[in-house]
Structures are given as C-alpha cells and as structure tokens.
Design a protein around this ligand. Structure first.
Ligand SMILES: CC(C)(COP(=O)(O)OP(=O)(O)OC[C@H]1O[C@@H](n2cnc3c(N)ncnc32)[C@H](O)[C@@H]1OP(=O)(O)O)[C@@H](O)C(=O)NCCC(=O)NCCS
Length: 217
C-alpha cells in the first residue's frame, strides 16, 4: 500500500492517510466521542463520557484547537469518529505521541496503526530531524502490537506513579485488581504501574496493513 499522506491546509491541518481522515477536533466529533463505548478500569482514563455535557465538550474543543504545544487529531472514516491521538511537539525526549485511543466498537481494524502512521509521516515531513517517543503501561498489549509494527522499540521499562490509576486500585474489585496484578506494585506506600518508554527513529519502516473493510469504499 502506498504511504499517501496528504496535508489539507487548515490550521491545525487535516491529514488523509490510509483510508482515514485525521481531523482537528470539532463539536460534532466531540459529541460522537462522548457516545463512544467505555472500557473502564484499567483504561478508564480514556473514557470520554464527560463529552456528553455540551458545555464541557465546547470547552474541550476550544482547548484542543488553541493548544500550541500539542496537535490533537480525531481519525474519521466517512463522517464517523473512529479514533483519536495527540502529539506533544515540544517534549525534549522527541515527538511524543499520547492519548492513543480507539473505542471498542472500532478496534481491531487497524485504526490505531493507520492513524499513527499518518501522523508520523506528516511529522517526518515537518520535523525531519526528530525521532518519536511514547510511554505505555505494560498491560496495554494491543497497543504494543501496533507500536512494534510501526517501528517502535522498548528503550526503557520503569515503575511509574500514575495518581489516577493508583487511586482506582483502592476502589476496584479483587477480580479487577487481579487483571493488572503483574503490572502494578505497592511500593513506599503507593501503587506504581510498570511502564515502557518506547522510541521510534525518524524514517523507521512501518507495517501498515490495510484491512479488508477499508478497501470496500
Ligand atoms: C490500543 C488501541 C489503541 C488499539 O487500537 P486498534 O485500532 O484496535 O489497533 P489496531 O487495529 O491497529 O491493532 C493493534 C493490535 O491489537 C490487536 N487487537 C485490537 N483489538 C483486538 C481485540 N479486540 N482482540 C484481539 N486483538 C486485538 C490487533 O489484532 C493488532 O495486533 P496485530 O497487528 O498483531 O494483529 C485500542 O485498543 C485502545 O484504545 N485501547 C485502550 C487505550 C489504550 O490502551 N491506548 C494506548 C495507550 S499507550
């Protein structure tokens, strides 16, 4: 498949990539994201229920569009919001991808791979000297498969204090806690999560398979 990424000159730009259009946030997309299925613990931080509140959705859209340090994209298929991702342009460690999120109803169709590939190909044109970085909790195995396919490797694994996740650990059921038991430790009076720091060098090869469903239209 050709790596066609075309920048549409809006500010921030929209990108055409691998059958997806990566668009800046707007109110309609925020409204759709508010309806996305939630995953709950331990992925609760990605849930978008708060966008059901129109005032919060409006404020979030303004914030996302005015943010000079980050670019925030919503991946769309036709008019449907199918994923989102952000990049911090100013982190010393590199172009820092974060908030990589595909809701359950759109997962397993290569949305994550295709949207990140599109964002990175665009960034490689705009910032030819810079490499990529992201961090990922070690329980996020689906995400890691996509990241490896896109040329990321683990640079470091460390224990990290995530306040929100740590607070949830006190509230969840034993079964939920068991789900992440290999990835959490109780150390110095607080819960910590094991986290991979992953890097990708500029221009590293990417395997972006086009799923059958994307070829239909
Ligand atoms: C991780 C996430 C972004 C993946 O999105 P996606 O669009 O489904 O990803 P892709 O389709 O590109 O596939 C990624 C890998 O996960 C696998 N996968 C995705 N959903 C799956 C499912 N329900 N069951 C089994 N495997 C699944 C895919 O098969 C693929 O692996 P492969 O390439 O070896 O076949 C999405 O599951 C998500 O938002 N999870 C919660 C938030 C999160 O973990 N974000 C990343 C934080 S660093």
């Amino acid at each position: 498949m050709t790596a066609a990424v075309i920048e549409i000159r809006t500010q921030p730009p929209s990108l055409l990539a691998y059958g997806l259009v990566l668009r800046p946030w707007d109110l309609d997309l925020a409204r759709q994201m508010g309806e996305w299925q939630c995953r709950g613990f331990p992925y609760h931080a990605f849930d978008m229920d708060h966008l059901k509140d129109i005032a919060r959705a409006e404020a979030t859209v303004v914030r996302m569009r005015e943010d000079l340090q980050h670019r925030h994209f919503v991946a769309t298929q036709g008019d449907t919001a199918v994923g989102r991702a952000s990049v911090n342009l100013k982190d010393d460690a590199g172009l820092y991808l974060w908030s990589v999120h595909v809701p359950p109803e759109h997962e397993g169709r290569g949305v994550c791979r295709r949207m990140l590939a599109g964002i990175m190909l665009w960034l490689e044109q705009v910032y030819p000297q810079r490499d990529f970085v992201l961090s990922s909790n070690t329980f996020a195995t689906h995400a890691h498969r996509a990241y490896y396919a896109l040329g990321f490797h683990i640079a470091e694994t460390r224990w990290h204090f995530d306040r929100d996740l740590a607070e949830r650990m006190w509230k969840v059921s034993g079964a939920e806690r068991e789900l992440v038991s290999r990835h959490m430790r109780f150390q110095n009076g607080r819960w910590e999560v094991r986290t991979h720091i992953m890097q990708r060098e500029h221009g590293a090869p990417m395997d972006v398979r086009e799923p059958l469903w994307a070829r239909r239209d």
